[in-house]
Design a protein around this ligand. Structure first.
Ligand SMILES: C[S@@+](CC[C@H](N)C(=O)[O-])C[C@H]1O[C@@H](n2cnc3c(N)ncnc32)[C@H](O)[C@@H]1O
Length: 300
């Protein structure tokens, strides 16, 4: 742990005192935690470690408890990444989980778990010809539908995925809305974030508001919504200062967000944004306006 009096340079290369206004400083719950987080972030965290940490912050139990994972069932995990949820679905009694993802490195991590009953397929989720139609009891798809934009594309893909479900099948979608909308934050930064959302949506890359559209997307695609939940999430939503581990996760996320950096005219300005975002997370009056939605629907 690094003391307040040490002249430690943060990731911007400046001493912390040059970056942080006095009144903001007083709001920090645990100043040392933030410095620890910033130093720690310089280490490259493996993808596996990042996913392992994220897993514990999500309220998976709440949503998985409502999914009818009956013994012997076959479940499709779309956008399975490192296979954490596939593993939990198998643990809950599924006979087979077929995990599909387009990212070979993430699938490699999933494969290294050597789970009995887990079949992993590297594929684009738009083209699942290798799978038999009407052969799955359930579809799980978490934090992946937002990649299908605009909303008409998301609706189309849901109709396509539905063809792989048995007539009595179910689907569970988990998605967030408004990831970067946190306070306290300057009006200028709020505007950059709105522009960034719009750019991602118009460019067909990502819908940052997808979570709030799940109900209408499912209904348009011919599903019947059974459950509509808001999930507690220690990383993405809630109020008050977050833990130092969560600060680290956010900093890792910002490293991956090259398109967000492109919204700033210089690297320094982006770093200032990141710095103030991390401070906001640690502030006593921190509020996340991000909402994590989970919807369960039946195919008939
Ligand atoms: C944010 S991660 C979510 C991973 C996991 N479901 C979870 O909840 O932690 C989204 C995953 O979807 C995958 N993905 C997104 N679009 C895809 C596509 N068109 N084809 C295949 N995989 C895709 C990504 O590779 C990534 O692993």
């Amino acid at each position: 742990m690094i003391g307040r009096t040490q002249q430690t340079k943060d990731f911007t290369g400046k001493t912390p005192s040059t970056n942080i206004r006095k009144h903001e400083r007083s709001k920090l719950q645990n100043w040392n935690d933030l410095f620890f987080a910033q130093r720690y972030c310089r280490l490259v965290m493996s993808l596996e470690e990042q996913y392992r940490r994220q897993y514990q912050w999500r309220d998976w139990k709440n949503v998985l408890d409502r999914c009818p994972i009956v013994s012997g069932s076959r479940i499709l995990d779309l956008g399975c990444a490192v296979g954490d949820i596939s593993e939990e679905i198998l643990r809950r009694g599924a006979h087979e989980v077929v995990g599909v993802d387009g990212n070979a490195s993430l699938l490699e991590i999933a494969r290294s778990k050597c789970l009995e009953g887990l079949t992993l397929i590297e594929s684009d989720l738009n083209t699942l010809e290798m799978l038999d139609k009407q052969s799955f009891d359930g579809i799980w798809c978490s934090f992946t539908i937002a990649y299908f934009t605009p909303a008409s594309k998301a609706s189309e893909i849901l109709q396509y995925w539905k063809t792989f479900l048995k007539p009595t099948g179910w689907i569970c979608l988990v998605e967030m809305s408004d990831l970067l909308n946190h306070d306290p934050m300057s009006q200028e930064h709020h505007e950059v974030i709105e522009n960034f959302y719009e750019d991602a949506y118009e460019g067909g890359r990502y819908d940052f508001k997808a979570g709030g559209k799940l109900r209408s997307l499912l209904q348009e695609s011919g599903f019947n919504v059974i459950e509509d939940l808001i999930l507690k999430d220690d990383e993405l939503s809630g109020t008050g200062p977050v833990s130092s581990d969560v600060v680290v996760a956010w900093q890792q996320r910002f490293r991956r967000m090259g398109k967000l950096q492109d919204m700033f005219s210089s690297k320094d300005l982006y770093e200032q944004f990141v710095q103030s975002f991390l401070l906001s997370l640690q502030s006593l009056d921190h509020i996340s306006h991000c909402v994590v939605h989970a919807l369960l629907a039946s195919s008939s």
